[in-house]
Design a protein around this ligand. Structure first.
Ligand code: AMP
Length: 302
């Protein structure tokens, strides 16, 4: 099954207590599609400026990501600058330049309109909805967002959420969106906006899935060295949706497996800056860490 994503393709400048990287490849859709590409074919919808080097597009193509929906227009590529202190769960945005995204008018290539698995990665909720409108019969629509959009476009975001099955969202942003500090109540409140499943990403504490009928908790992999958490949420979503599209199932047990696959991909992402670690994975790396995740929570009954 194919998987379509709309989101940012960016130049990131990131500072962590362990180093810094300037103008490196980033963006929600870039992390998402790279992580997902280990499981299924990905169709990318985004825009870059004429300052975007061909080598990055060649990289996406080598990962077999379909870039027919990646427009290149006059202007500058989206830029994000962020800093993390010792609490790596909290990104501090220093600067966001929408640049070519400010006037982006996505037109899906015909081949993308039949795609059944859709991910609306973090980007302007109006763009997310515009892309979704062009997809004929999606089987599963998942979505991500962040404080930048919750604060600037709350009404538009709620309009998009009406059409979403699963929302993946950071813990702090779930509280902000719901205007509710208790996480269980926050998840219930967000469900009333549309999505039947809420996956709350809790950084080094893992992820919690809330649905009408159950709660599922996944740990994060206890890594000894974490360099840069940028993209962890998008890599999680890439593994999650890539896996679901590959098994073509949305039942509860597949969703639980997909949450672990997402956690596996996020755990690789944070081991290096930009996409440096995600670029170099192979199937055995992914399987080994999936099994390590199983061991992490395995226990025997009396
Ligand atoms: P995360 O997975 O939450 O760490 O997402 C990090 C990525 O989100 C970075 O590579 C940024 O380029 C991208 N990003 C940051 N702010 C925004 C925004 N307002 N809209 C879209 N993408 C963003």
């Amino acid at each position: 099954m194919g998987l379509l994503v709309v989101g940012s393709v960016a130049f990131d400048s990131v500072e962590t207590p362990f180093g810094k990287a300037d103008n490196v490849l980033g963006g929600s859709a870039t992390y998402f599609s790279t992580a997902a590409s280990y499981f299924t074919g990905v169709q990318l919808v985004a825009v870059v400026g004429n300052d975007f080097p061909d080598k990055h597009i060649q990289f996406l193509k080598r990962r077999k990501i379909d870039v027919r929906g990646l427009q290149r227009t006059k202007g500058r590529t989206f830029r994000w600058k962020g800093r993390y202190d010792f609490d790596l769960n909290q990104a501090h945005t220093l600067d966001t330049q929408l640049n070519v995204f400010a006037s982006f008018n996505p037109q899906l290539p015909e081949a993308y309109t039949e795609t059944e698995y859709v991910f609306l990665a973090n980007i302007d909720p109006e763009l997310q909805l515009e892309v979704l409108r062009q997809v004929k019969q999606p089987k599963l629509v998942a979505c991500d967002t962040m404080n930048f959009w919750i604060e600037r476009k709350p009404r538009e975001l709620k309009k998009t959420l009406k059409h979403v099955d699963i929302l993946t969202i950071n813990e702090a942003e779930a509280r902000q969106l719901a205007q509710e500090s208790n996480l269980v109540r926050a998840a219930k409140r967000i469900m009333s906006f549309g999505p039947g499943i809420i996956i709350v990403k809790r950084g080094e504490y893992g992820a919690l899935m809330f649905s009408d009928s159950s709660v599922f908790s996944a740990p994060a992999y206890p890594l000894e060295s974490v360099f840069d958490p940028t993209g962890a949420g998008d890599s999680f979503a890439g593994g999650f949706m890539g896996y679901l599209a590959s098994v073509d199932s949305t039942d509860e047990s597949s969703i639980r497996q997909a949450i672990i696959v997402g956690s596996v991909m996020a755990s690789f992402d944070v081991e290096d800056f930009s996409l440096n670690r995600l670029k170099k994975l192979n199937t055995a790396d992914i399987e080994d860490r999936y099994n390590a995740f199983k061991q992490l929570t395995y226990f025997e009954d009396l």
